[in-house]
Design a protein around this ligand. Structure first.
Ligand code: IPE
Ligand code: IPE
Ligand code: MG
Length: 228
């Protein structure tokens, strides 16, 4: 059973280039797919959906592309809010979201506040997110508290961005690359991986169904023996 699904939404640029479109067109098409994925996830009984939307490294991209992505994030938070309220979806974010432009931040904060009591599905968007940044930020919180007693793993988790969200069971990466690209380094320790060549703008309910079928055939052992 997949309780928490994480997705690296990759391939927007290649999807667009193959169609003679701009990378920004690819991101627009990709942003539209988030609703599709969320509805499919909800139907499948998934409770948490963490989406990698913008990495700490993605700031290195050309300014027009970064601006386009920031605009799409704002638009997503505004235009999807009625749907999220209707469907009982809670919005959250993880990452160094203070780095985002004010307009995007405000739209996100508004939607986060409005949806905070919804509990059917939590969409957790990783924005200006890096797995290494998350760990460093956690260590810096420990330092700021002047804590001197040793930490257990559970103590350490309490300093991460979303300590109350259980670890992902399944990670899907679209666009075919077999790498983590700095996503959820701590939380993915025992997640199952599913990589598909499908580009993110082509992601459908069937793509999710294929991933879930693959997950259903895996034996999760967590280092022990035969634990399903
Ligand atoms: C993923 O698509 C979206 C972000 C990284 C923001 P890409 O823009 O990385 O698309 P490709 O990998 O170049 O095809
Ligand atoms: C990972 O994709 C980040 C997101 C999907 C937001 P990238 O396209 O940035 O990753 P690399 O550069 O191929 O590793
Ligand atoms: Mg990419």
């Amino acid at each position: 059973m997949v309780n928490h699904l994480a997705i690296i939404m990759d391939g927007n640029g290649r999807w667009a280039e193959e169609r003679g479109l701009t990378r920004s067109d690819g991101h627009k098409a990709g942003a539209r797919q988030i609703g599709v994925a969320a509805r499919a996830a909800m139907k499948a009984g998934i409770k948490y959906l963490t989406l990698y939307a913008f990495s700490t490294e993605n700031w290195k991209r050309p300014e027009p592309e970064v601006s386009c992505l920031m605009g799409l994030i704002q638009e997503f938070a505004q235009s999807e809010l009625p749907n999220m309220m209707r469907d009982g979806v809670r919005l959250r974010t993880i990452g160094r979201t203070g780095d985002l432009p004010l307009a995007s931040r405000m739209a996100l904060e508004f939607a986060i506040k409005q949806t905070e009591k919804n509990d059917k599905l939590t969409i957790n968007i990783a924005l200006s997110y890096g797995g290494r940044a998350e760990i460093v930020d956690a260590v810096n919180k420990v330092i700021a508290e002047k804590r001197t007693t040793p930490l257990t793993e559970a103590d350490f988790v309490s300093y991460l961005y979303a300590p109350d969200i259980p670890d992902p069971d399944l990670l899907i990466r679209t666009g075919g690359e077999m790498r983590l690209s700095n996503f959820l380094l701590w939380e993915l320790s025992y997640a199952e991986f599913y990589v598909t060549d499908t580009y993110w703008p082509d992601f459908t309910e069937e793509t999710l169904a294929d991933a879930l079928a693959s997950f259903g055939g895996r034996k999760r052992r967590f280092g022990g023996l035969n634990k399903k």
